[in-house]
Design a binder for this molecule. Sequence first.
Ligand SMILES: *Cc1c(COP(=O)(O)O)cnc(C)c1O
Length: 357
Amino acid sequence: MINVTKTFFPPIEEYQEQLQRIWKNQWLTNRGELVLELEEKLKNYLSVDHILVTNNGTIPIQIALKLLGNGGEIITTPFSYVATSAAIVWENCTPVFVDIHPEYLTIDETKIEAAITDKTTCILATHVFGNPCHVEAIEAIAQKHYLKVIYDAAHAFGVTCNGKSIFEYGDVSTCSFHATKLFHTGEGGALFAKDKALQHQLFYSHNFGHDGPLAFHGLGINGKISELQAAMGLAVFSHMETILSERKRVVDFYNENLDLSQIQTLKMRANTQWNYSYYPVVFKDEASLLQVQKALNAEQIFPRRYFYPSLNTINYIENTSMPVSESIAARTLCLPLYVGLDENDLKRIVSTINSGL
Ligand SMILES: *Cc1c(COP(=O)(O)O)cnc(C)c1O
């Protein structure tokens, strides 16, 4: 059976070596040695000057919205994972959707200004499949209207834009280290912010607001990651080169062998170093998608309709029509992409798709 993704498992001995350190330290959480080491390694690898590793990729979005959203209207994308809009509702803010660009699949920056009201506090946009939003245009709009910018960069580990880490953009960027993501800690995530005062607030907020054992800086929640997860992160981290080159091999194979005359692939933003995180194909209509999906499933190949459905159609959200996002969501299939997906399987996937078209 071939799934859309397969978690990368480092050799068990390497994980055990990290676990030995934990047993020696007799220290399981509250920012132990392994968490601090992981943060240091990721900071260097990503060339960022600040990172806070967290227990998943959703809590950092919630923390950022708690600090910057102010219960207001949040301009956001309908084409993302449900965590993006759920976090807005969870934090008692109101999602205001802006449709997406049909080729880049990120929020359509030209439609943002029309959605701004006097209740708008933030823009929360997703770097979809690792493809950056139009970060310059969004920054200009935010400055003009005194809005904060939060990027859900869950897919964007290692992506650079204009020669710097994508995590350097926006007031806050968040990432996910979930088992299905490019780099993972089993469950985990991260927060990035450039402003020192905001960094401090985010830090307090992720640890119950504690300012030392007895005092409190303010309201907080538990966003801490444990040493056990950091151990997995450290074991996975030493294989980043393999993870990226293997993913590139699969992406190159699809690019060279799929019949691209009948399907649309992701249009990459200029000046971007991508991370090969997903391989979405957009069919001409939903019927073609369903037909190809059925043919693949018969071969025990399970791509995933991701992102589906368009988030503006979810039942706890007031539905506003988002024609581009709804159309893209209905026609997009993410193809299997992971370390070790071998050439025979790739040939089978590609020939099933090409003959189904
Ligand atoms: C995975 C993902 C999240 C949530 O991350 P978790 O670590 O699972 O909490 C949020 N947004 C997007 C776009 C994602 O793909």
